[in-house]
Design a protein around this ligand. Structure first.
Ligand SMILES: Nc1ncnc2c1ncn2[C@@H]1O[C@H](COP(=O)(O)OP(=O)(O)O)[C@@H](O)[C@H]1O
Ligand SMILES: [Mg+2]
Length: 271
């Protein structure tokens, strides 16, 4: 993988999170997250189960509404802040149009693929461009075939997802995300539900996307892959960034004791 130079000063981040909090009732999951994602960055997010990794990604594409803080995408704050409450919190209103915009610019790939079982592979990939972006079926079909080609599955266009292996289904899910032509891709443990022999084909597709210079956030337990893939690694613990650094430092020479303890539990990876 080619090294990526430091982002030029003054380049607007694609995503900026400032003071992001998320609560589910009494459960305070995200406790103040600040993050700038620059164009071309590939960020690996690691941490124990329940630490808030998925919640962070789900807030970035507004599948979950933040409880506090700001999310800017390409320099625009998402949501309209209202009047400050007595306790100092500022409620934010989100319009459907704005959330639709977010879903065009932020693509997401899930652990469980989430393909529509009653649609063929190519129909799955066309669905977003047709319904969200208003593309004609002919245009959407042609593009869908290009993206299926890219993930090596053009020959499966007309089969139903149930006929595919998990690795193939996940590659279709990646093609589906790409078909929306997003500015940034979020991957939430994309290989965690795959049989071990199918992990490699999905990681190869993600690696290729990195080589194209795409901006990506990847939650993963594949630390060996993260080491080679990422321009930056974030260790989340208890809803905050406990340690952040280049892969070489964070994965090989972590400074924080808690990061060291987390990494020690992974005995089966090598760089
Ligand atoms: N919709 C929800 N409602 C209530 N609690 C939730 C919800 N989503 C996640 N949580 C809780 O938030 C915490 C963080 O979850 P999650 O972000 O999925 O962690 P991770 O992805 O790091 O394993 C967990 O305790 C989880 O049970
Ligand atoms: Mg998760």
């Amino acid at each position: 993988m080619t090294a990526v130079s430091a982002p030029a000063a003054g380049v607007a981040p694609i995503i900026r999170l400032s003071g992001l909090h998320k609560r589910f009732g009494d459960l305070h999951v995200l406790r103040g997250i600040d993050l700038d994602v620059q164009p071309g960055e590939r960020i690996a997010i690691i941490g124990s189960s329940g630490s808030g990794k998925s919640t962070m990604l789900r807030c970035i594409n507004f599948m979950e509404m933040p409880s506090a803080g700001r999310i800017e995408i390409q320099g625009r704050q998402i949501g309209t802040p209202g009047r400050a409450q007595a306790d100092g919190t500022v409620p934010v209103q989100y319009s459907q149009a704005q959330l639709c915009d977010v879903r065009r610019s932020v693509g997401m790939v899930f652990q469980q693929f989430n393909l529509f079982p009653h649609m063929t592979v190519v129909q799955n990939v066309m669905e977003g461009p047709v319904t969200v972006k208003g593309e004609s079926r002919a245009t959407a079909h042609a593009k869908a075939m290009q993206y299926l080609e890219k993930v090596g599955l053009a020959n499966k266009a007309d089969v139903y997802p149930g006929r595919l292996s998990g690795g193939q289904q996940q590659r279709v899910a990646i093609a589906r995300a790409l078909a929306m032509e997003p500015q940034v891709l979020l991957f939430d443990e994309p290989t965690s539900s795959l049989d071990p022999e199918l992990v490699g084909e999905v990681l190869a597709v993600i690696r290729d996307l990195g080589e194209e210079g795409r901006t990506m956030l990847l939650v993963t337990h594949e630390l060996g892959f993260a080491y080679h893939f990422a321009t930056k690694v974030i260790f989340i613990a208890d809803g905050v960034f406990h340690e952040v650094g280049p892969p070489e430092e964070l994965l090989k020479h972590p400074q924080q004791e808690r990061t060291q303890r987390f990494l020690e539990r992974f005995t089966a990876f090598s760089f």
